[in-house]
Write a protein of this length. Structure first.
Lengths: 113, 115
């Protein structure tokens, strides 16, 4: 069965530090890839997505992610985090044309002032 | 607000009772999904509709669960004879499926607590 792994469950950073959250998936075929964010008290929001083309995709709020097919990875990055980035981040994978999303377990990010 | 809406936002019930949740998707979205999320986990797929048709159901969806989308607009998820293990956040998402590129937009969820 397809699985999505997010190895960092809790991350604590100081403001202005750089961020990289790992995401690996097990499916070998064509995939669509997503990062969602859930801010405290809010619902899941789309951060960025990858369907095809340039493997480096940019999302909202200065986030970006790189798809590395050979590594089955889609890591999320931000050069300089802010206190307002405190949230839970979920990686999700959809098999090409498969419709349903398979989510990782999430990474809880806390940014300290 | 033109996002996905869900009602109720919270539900507390006693074991053995039936509960029903409603989801209103973004207008004109043809696909509607239900997911369940428990503490410390990501959302898990339950079922989805394309217009009125229920196209896939997860093995997580036991016989006590039923979902409908009668007119291809809103959807309901019913749980009969609730069990404590049903306590979770139930999430609805909708999308406009065009080819192989599809983005799902999530609602705020219904948090269910079964006592």
């Amino acid at each position: 069965a397809q699985s999505v792994s997010q190895h960092n469950h809790h991350v604590i950073l100081s403001e202005a530090a750089s961020l990289e959250l790992g995401c690996n998936y097990s499916y070998g075929g064509t995939v669509n890839l997503f990062w969602y964010v859930q801010y405290p008290g809010q619902h899941l929001q789309l951060l960025l997505k990858y369907f095809s083309g340039d493997p480096l995709v940019k999302g909202i709020k200065g986030f970006e992610a790189e798809f590395i097919k050979s590594k089955f990875s889609f890591n999320l990055r931000k050069p300089s985090v802010q206190w307002s980035d405190t949230a839970e981040y979920f990686c999700a994978v959809e098999k090409g044309g498969g419709n349903k999303l398979t989510f990782g377990t999430g990474t809880q990010l806390k940014v300290e002032l | 607000d033109t996002g996905v809406s869900q009602d109720p936002r919270h539900k507390i019930t006693k074991r053995g009772q039936n509960v029903t949740f409603r989801c209103d998707p973004i207008s004109e979205h043809n696909r509607l999904y239900w997911y369940r999320q428990t503490l410390g986990q990501g959302p898990e797929f339950l079922t989805y509709f394309q217009n009125e048709a229920q196209l896939e159901k997860s093995r997580l969806l036991s016989d006590r669960f039923s979902a409908e989308r009668p007119k291809g607009s809103f959807s309901t998820l019913e749980i009969q004879r609730t069990e404590q293990g049903d306590s979770a956040m139930y999430l609805c998402a909708s999308s406009l499926a065009t080819g192989s590129r599809e983005t799902q937009y999530f609602g705020p969820g219904t948090r269910l607590l079964v006592l």
